[in-house]
Write a protein that binds this ligand. Structure first.
Ligand code: NAD
Length: 333
């Protein structure tokens, strides 16, 4: 099959090109994000391969279908960017990479938490300037804290294990309880209790209509004063306006985010020469107790290798008309 890659970065090209010998398919890499304005690039291809912020909405899917491209390979786990109902109606086959080193994302959540807890980002800059003052660097122990994990799928499970290892009391909320985690001592409790009791809250559930703005003005009031919130899942799980207000009032003591509600027009590009137009992210970055990374939690050698390998397996199955191991299907609510 001829595959058009969208939102391609150098590390994507490298990991897929490293596997060219093992595939009969042809790859063309496009840098632009996939949306209605760039969809013409997909003309003449058999499949498209897209990433988290590519737009597979009704308009794009309709155009893609008219162009005769019916196969979509998502090189990511989440699929909230795809209008699955429309895709089903138009007869698309869609595959994803359900798990690519969940530990990569869980370890990044830990990196955000530990940077905030020990202010190593500030210490790094100070020492480089020959400033060895410790004033303002007082941190807090993670050991002994109560960590509340929302979503205990692949990544949430890995993060629960890390938090147990750090000496935390781990509580969790998910629609389904994980027996292995219960044996390890994780206690499943209702969401409101988790929000009220946790010192650290880490989000690992997908973005769905049910989880949109899960952290909002109302749920923030339930939380402990000084709570630490970590989000490596999807930006819109947090209502940015509400969390800014909670940071100002010190209800939220620390915020570590790898994902941001309005990241789509911001992340994955070098914008250092531009005037930042997004008032909310500028406000967030002005807080000394907020750490933002640009959706890099997945970015390890191990995860990139897994993404490429699973995507190629998905492509082989699509090409052979086989049953699809990693098919994404629309489910009626
Ligand atoms: P997963 O499907 O293995 O686990 C998701 C869990 O969330 C499941 O256990 C599910 O039951 C639970 N869940 C669903 N709805 C819920 C709700 N309303 N309340 C509580 N729990 C709910 O997914 P995963 O691989 O662990 O990934 C989790 C999320 O992480 C993905 O959806 C994706 O958005 C995000 N992610 C981010 C990065 C990154 O680089 N930052 C990389 C990969 C994945």
């Amino acid at each position: 099959m001829r595959v058009a890659f969208f939102s391609t970065k150098s590390y994507d090209k490298e990991s897929f090109n490293n596997r060219l010998e093992n595939t009969k398919h042809e790859f063309t890499y496009f840098e632009p994000k996939l949306d209605i304005n760039t969809i013409a690039l997909a003309k003449g291809f058999d499949a498209i391969c897209s990433f988290v912020n590519d737009h597979l909405d009704i308009k794009t899917l309709t155009k893609l279908s008219e162009m005769g491209v019916k196969n979509i390979l998502l090189r990511c786990a989440g699929y909230n960017q795809v209008d699955l109902k429309k895709a089903k109606e138009l007869g698309f086959k869609i595959c994803r990479v359900p798990a690519y080193s969940p530990e990569a994302v869980a370890e990044h959540a830990l990196a955000l938490l530990m940077t905030l807890s020990r202010k190593t980002h500030k210490a790094y800059n100070r020492v480089r300037e020959n400033n060895y003052s410790l004033e303002g660097l007082t941190g807090f122990n993670i050991h002994g804290k109560k960590a509340g994990i929302i979503g205990t799928g692949a990544i949430g499970k890995a993060f629960c294990k890390i938090m147990i290892g750090m000496g935390c009391k781990v509580v969790a909320y998910d629609l389904y309880e994980n027996e292995e985690l219960k044996i390890l001592g994780v206690q499943y409790i209702p969401m409101d209790e988790l929000l009220a009791e946790s010192d650290i809250i880490s989000l690992h559930c997908p973005l769905t209509p049910d989880t949109f703005h899960l952290i909002n003005q109302k749920t923030l009031t339930l939380m402990k004063d000084g709570v630490v919130i970590i989000n490596t899942s999807r930006g819109a799980l947090i209502e940015t306006k509400a969390v800014i207000k909670a940071l100002k009032s010190k209800k939220v003591g620390n915020l570590g985010i790898d994902v941001y509600e309005q990241e789509e027009d911001l992340f994955f590009q070098n914008r250092s020469e531009e005037i930042l137009q997004d008032e909310q992210i500028s406000r967030l970055m002005a807080f000394p107790n907020v750490l933002v990374t640009g959706h890099q939690a997945f970015l390890t050698n191990e995860a990139l290798a897994q993404i490429a390998e699973t995507t190629l397996k998905n492509l082989d199955e699509l090409d052979a008309g086989k049953e699809l191991t990693n098919e994404v299907l629309w489910k009626e609510e």
